[in-house]
Design a binder for this molecule. Structure first.
Ligand code: PRP
Ligand code: URA
Length: 213
């Protein structure tokens, strides 16, 4: 747990930190950027899932029977916030291939920085299903807070947010609006500029992922 934000875990594994530093560089081009988002997301998912509940299962090996474990409960759901969250899906699916996938369409109005909602389709919100909300950037927190509220309105009870880079106002906003949602990040940065970009950050995640600028 983070000393300033009880909802926050910074994943400081050396591989994650090494890859995040390359991701931040302005010299990192689209193809490499995509690969790194994929790899970091996979490593983050490995860390975030380390406390998933398991239950015993009987396995028959070629030699004899034994008791193994499998993960308990409903299939996990990944919910990327469009569009930049899409870049995090494939890496996590490599570890959790049977995860269900929902989509939340939100963009941040450039003037007001308020989120504008345009799409929502998520798997059934059975009680035991864990939802992983995915968005590389947690800046003011407006988008992630609105997305978590949409998931809750649909009945989701267990939500975690996975972001690559966060700014303190975004983490605080999540703590204020959704204290029950755990926030996992690769980096907690210094702050925001006047346009709501994270400093030092990595720029516009959607544009860098999709090559739109
Ligand atoms: C970016 C990012 C988050 C949001 C973060 O998306 O991917 O969704 O901004 O900012 P916030 O915490 O201040 O809400 P953007 O609105 O640029 O949309 P895009 O993914 O379609 O590029
Ligand atoms: N969205 C981004 O893509 N980057 C930021 O720094 C802030 C919001």
């Amino acid at each position: 747990m983070h000393r300033r934000f009880p909802n926050l875990t910074v994943l400081d594994h050396p591989l994650i930190q090494h890859k995040l530093s390359i991701l931040r560089s302005r010299l990192t081009k689209t193809k490499k950027f995509r690969e790194l988002v994929d790899e970091i997301s996979m490593l983050m998912a490995y860390e975030v899932t380390k406390d998933l509940p398991t239950e015993p299962v009987e396995v028959v090996t070629p030699l004899e029977s034994t008791t193994g474990v499998h993960i308990k409960g409903k299939k996990l759901a990944l919910v990327p916030i469009l569009r930049a969250g899409l870049g995090m899906v494939d890496g996590i699916l490599k570890l959790i291939p049977s995860a269900r996938i929902g989509h939340i369409g939100l963009y941040r109005d450039h003037e007001t920085l308020e989120p504008v909602s345009y799409y929502l389709k998520i798997p059934p919100t059975d009680h035991e299903r864990d939802f992983f909300l995915l968005d590389p950037m947690l800046a003011t927190g407006g988008s992630a807070s609105a997305a978590a509220a949409q998931l809750k309105r649909q009945g989701a009870a267990y939500i975690s947010l996975l972001s690559l880079v966060a700014a303190p106002p975004g983490v605080q906003r999540m703590l204020d609006d959704h204290p029950d949602v755990r926030v996992f990040v690769a980096g907690l940065d210094r702050g925001l500029n006047d346009s709501g970009y994270i400093l030092p950050g990595l720029g516009d995640a959607g544009d860098r992922l999709f090559g739109t600028k």
